[in-house]
Design a protein around this ligand. Structure first.
Ligand code: NAD
Length: 264
């Protein structure tokens, strides 16, 4: 295949269906010639993920719950069986008990705090540890975050705290792995209707607010996120690491509701 990703191989983690951010990124990587492998969470998702992977010419699929370190080891072992080198990983994974993604942060339980941090933050570190060994010619690690890490978004609660830890992890990992020419970045995506987002209280209101107040006066799509994902995984971003790149129609630069914005 030709394209800016020709000859590059990468793992996509967190594909659930064709609305997933991971799908938007994977499609554009494939369009530009990348060879892809996919990990999915549990048998139930396999029947959704397999046909999507096949559409993108991939037959490398691994069942991997990222809270299980042995499953992560098996995932990278499976990759090693097929590939001698890895160029990029897209980590599009986050999870929290949806009962705590409504109401206030003050009510967060210890159990859900630890689970959210484990699945949504530590897993990226655990992936970096394993991917590094296969990135013998440098590489790119990419994760997904949200503005709720920077400012309070109603109901985002413990996910906001987890995303703040994830963003800081991006910077520490970038510093650790830079000498190996492994770049570590995040896309901070605006709100998009996906399976994971449906667990967040009043998500439709968040989307409307974003649409009315973002400079571009619209919400972003998985194609918008895919374009930025392609850039960050490719050599076009060869000098970019430790970056939290907003793909949010500009929402993060706005300090006040615009006069012409309709009441919502
Ligand atoms: P999605 O539901 O399509 O994807 C979430 C994925 O996480 C699913 O594939 C799910 O299987 C996986 N996952 C959850 N727990 C897991 C575990 N223990 N092991 C392995 N996989 C697990 O939703 P999405 O919106 O595409 O989410 C992808 C990423 O993008 C998440 O990190 C999310 O926080 C982030 N994000 C989403 C939005 C949005 O508005 N949708 C905005 C900014 C950032």
């Amino acid at each position: 295949m030709t394209g800016i990703m020709a000859g590059k191989r990468g793992l996509i983690m967190g594909l659930a269906n064709d609305r997933s951010l991971a799908w938007g990124i994977a499609k554009q990587l494939r369009d530009q010639g990348a060879e892809l492998a996919f990990s999915y969470q549990g048998e139930a998702l396999e029947k959704r993920v397999r046909p999507l992977a096949e559409q993108l010419g991939s037959d490398i699929l691994v069942d991997c719950d990222v809270s299980n370190m042995e499953a992560l080891d098996r995932t990278f072992e499976a990759l090693k069986q097929r590939w001698d080198r890895l160029d990029f990983v897209v980590h599009a994974i986050g999870f929290s008990d949806k009962n705590e993604l409504r109401g206030g942060y003050v009510d967060t339980s210890l159990e859900n705090f630890l689970m959210t941090m484990n699945i949504s933050v530590y897993s990226f570190v655990a992936v970096a540890q394993r991917a590094r060994a296969m990135m013998t010619d440098g590489g790119s690690l990419l994760t997904l975050t949200y503005y709720g890490a920077e400012k309070v978004i109603p109901h985002y609660n413990v996910m906001g705290v987890a995303k703040a830890a994830l963003e800081t992890s991006v910077k520490y990992l970038a510093a650790d792995l830079g000498r190996e020419n492994i770049r570590v970045n995040a896309i901070s995506a605006g709100p998009i209707k996906t399976l994971a987002a449906s667990g967040i209280g009043d998500f439709r209101y968040i989307m409307k607010w974003n649409e009315y107040n973002a400079p571009l006066r619209r919400n972003v799509t998985i194609e918008d996120v895919g374009g930025a994902g392609l850039y960050l995984c490719s050599d076009l971003a060869s000098g970019v690491t430790g970056e939290i790149h907003h793909v949010d129609a500009g929402y993060n630069v706005v300090g006040m509701k615009a006069e012409d914005a309709p009441d919502i």
